[in-house]
Design a protein around this ligand. Structure first.
Ligand SMILES: N[C@@H](CCC(=O)N[C@@H](CS)C(=O)NCC(=O)O)C(=O)O
Length: 128
C-alpha cells in the first residue's frame, strides 16, 4: 500500500493491476513475473519485472527528479528514510505476517509446518 501512495505522489503515469492472490498468483504465468509468487511486482515500461518492496522503492527514488517522495540520496534524511523503510519492511511486517500465514487456508501446509514457520519467525512462542 505504501508503494501505491508513492506512485500517486510521484505524479508520473502508472497502472495498478489487481492480482487474485488466492488464484492467479499461484499460477505458473505469475511465476514469470515473480518466481516467489508474491506481490508487489513492478513491470517497467521496457518489460522488466522488479519484485521486492525495497527494490521498487529504490527504483521510485531514482526517478523522483522533483524529490516529491524522497530526499537527496546522499543526505542524512535519505539515510533515515531508508532506515525506517527497512524496519517497516522487515521487523514491523514480520510481527504480523506469520500469524496471518498461520490462519491462511490457502497454503497447503501441514499444521506442523505452519507452526515451524511461525516459530522460526519468532511468533507463537507462547505455544511452546
Ligand atoms: N519480501 C517481499 C515480501 C512480499 C510479500 O510478503 N508479499 C505478500 C503480500 S503483501 C505476498 O505476496 N504473500 C504471498 C502469500 O500470501 O501467498 C517484499 O518485501 O516485497
Amino acid at each position: 500500500m505504501g508503494l501505491v501512495a508513492a506512485f500517486e505522489w510521484l505524479g508520473k503515469p502508472y497502472r495498478l493491476c489487481r492480482v487474485d492472490m488466492l488464484g492467479e498468483m499461484r499460477e505458473p504465468a505469475y511465476a514469470r513475473l515473480n518466481g516467489r509468487h508474491e506481490t508487489p511486482v513492478l513491470v517497467t515500461s521496457d518489460g522488466r519485472c522488479l519484485s521486492e518492496t525495497m527494490a521498487i522503492a529504490r527504483w521510485l527514488e531514482a526517478r523522483d527528479d522533483e524529490r516529491r517522495i524522497s530526499f537527496d540520496p546522499l543526505s542524512a534524511r535519505a539515510e533515515r528514510m531508508w532506515q525506517l523503510l527497512g524496519f517497516l519492511n522487515t521487523g514491523y511486517t514480520a510481527a504480523y505476517t506469520p500469524s496471518r500465514q498461520c490462519a491462511s487456508p490457502r497454503r497447503s501446509r501441514t499444521a506442523k509446518a505452519r507452526r515451524a514457520a511461525a516459530a522460526s519467525a519468532g511468533m507463537c512462542r507462547w505455544r511452546r
